[in-house]
Design a protein around this ligand. Sequence first.
Ligand SMILES: Nc1nc2c(ncn2[C@@H]2O[C@H](COP(=O)(O)OP(=O)(O)O)[C@@H](O)[C@H]2O)c(=O)[nH]1
Ligand SMILES: Nc1nc2c(ncn2[C@@H]2O[C@H](COP(=O)(O)OP(=O)(O)O)[C@@H](O)[C@H]2O)c(=O)[nH]1
Lengths: 275, 275
Amino acid sequence: FTLNLMVVGEKGLGKSTLINTLFNRELYPLDEKPKAAFPSPEKPVKVSIETVSADIEENNVKLGLTVIDCPGFGEDIDNTDSWKPIVDEINQRFDMYLDAEIKINRSTIVDNRVHACLYFIEPTGHSLKPLDIQFMKEVHQKVNLIPVIAKSDTLTENEIAEFKLRILDDIKNQGIHIFTPPDYVNDDAETKEAAHEIISKAPFAIVGSTTQTQTQDGRVVRGRAYPWGVIEVDNEEHCDFIKLRQLVIRNFLEELKENTSNVLYENYRTQKLIK
Amino acid sequence: FTLNLMVVGEKGLGKSTLINTLFNRELYPLDEKPKAAFPSPEKPVKVSIETVSADIEENNVKLGLTVIDCPGFGEDIDNTDSWKPIVDEINQRFDMYLDAEIKINRSTIVDNRVHACLYFIEPTGHSLKPLDIQFMKEVHQKVNLIPVIAKSDTLTENEIAEFKLRILDDIKNQGIHIFTPPDYVNDDAETKEAAHEIISKAPFAIVGSTTQTQTQDGRVVRGRAYPWGVIEVDNEEHCDFIKLRQLVIRNFLEELKENTSNVLYENYRTQKLIK
Ligand SMILES: Nc1nc2c(ncn2[C@@H]2O[C@H](COP(=O)(O)OP(=O)(O)O)[C@@H](O)[C@H]2O)c(=O)[nH]1
Ligand SMILES: Nc1nc2c(ncn2[C@@H]2O[C@H](COP(=O)(O)OP(=O)(O)O)[C@@H](O)[C@H]2O)c(=O)[nH]1
């Protein structure tokens, strides 16, 4: 099994930590970043694309994971073209597949297409920012878009509930399409129930941490220790991390890849051949 | 006593809440904002200047507080000129005073100059953003600049300590001048000690709330209740809110106004008369 997961969001929203948490290993060395001396504001910040690959084990199944990171997105004072290098990357990977399809025996093609894009929303508590909306509109027809609320331990339970409603409202008003696992008529009731459970939490309010810490009642958990308490990453009362993990690497891994292959890629191919 | 306090920072950093907390009353009706349907990203977001005035009691002394808010700052996709309307506002207030000085008996002039500017830094955990640096450089010679770490309950104690060091590093490297209460030779040791105590916490890691909530051990406090614990605004183990309040409306209110009058305004006046 392989999965190509793109991660996008402004700096400092916990993206590297979340990736490490999802796959329970330090894919991203966190202590190298951050740097104190940073480029002068007169020099524009460029968006770059970086990939990191690793083998992960999930349910005794080996998963070849590639994370496509986009440092520099939204970091500058003028972020008008921040989205372009990212859309270029998605398109290039479609083009690579297109070329390979023509030349190679299809069963041996390596699938480098972007299977899902996690978009990190800043936990302002208000609603989506113009930058969020612009980016999502540029990619939602090309990639399975999964918006998440970053660092959701910033928000109380009520604030999260209201924020989710406003985000979904913005998404609907702006005509943005986010990934929803298809409803298979043939699925048993239990599978459908699990699917609905996961979907009902979107956009997922996530918290990331690979730090083992002790709770007040003595359990050792992955979490963040504050003077007023410990937030537990794997506790569904505290955040939707478990739901996100289920969606991306367990329940809907195949759906993400099939939708990319059968719908998003086909649309791209059709558009390209028309021109 | 009067104080003109400017508040600047990106949307959703808790500015309105912090003002309400500082003065323990709902100067800003929080439930009117936020709005779900928001302007399309194609329309540029304009920075506007809004003022709110109220009488506050502090130590049985009445304080006439004016808060100068700058909604729209940093909100757009392109924030290149975000700082301009704010600097214009500072200058206009200097000009008003300049005109008044010429025409009116000085003892009856109303002082509308900006006495301090609270700049809200997003709690990324990394370092200052280009937008932060650009803004601070545009205003630090015109106003008493007091940077604060917004929503600091997002960060653990260690993260706050490291973040403060990196911010102070950036500030030093960029030649940014932040407000430091002067060290009076004649002050007694206790006053000097109090001053150092306050200064050593800069930039203040703040949390705001006007909500009364109950802690696990039964005390009722101003704070934010999470499933994993309650952060207390007035608890110096939890954040630097008390220190900020002491700086702005108790210990150094007069210093802020004197520095504005004797140094910042004089520089502005000199520059203006030279031209
Ligand atoms: N409050 C909170 N902080 C987090 C979370 N995840 C990471 N952080 C912290 O946020 C800072 C930036 O995290 P990082 O993963 O480097 O963010 P990135 O710049 O988006 O890759 C670090 O201090 C992290 O410890 C989270 O879920 N909640
Ligand atoms: N975590 C955290 N959230 C806060 C804090 N202060 C305010 N908030 C929340 O952040 C959201 C935005 O606050 P608001 O005061 O409207 O921010 P503004 O847009 O900068 O004026 C609301 O949901 C507040 O309840 C704080 O100190 N910490």
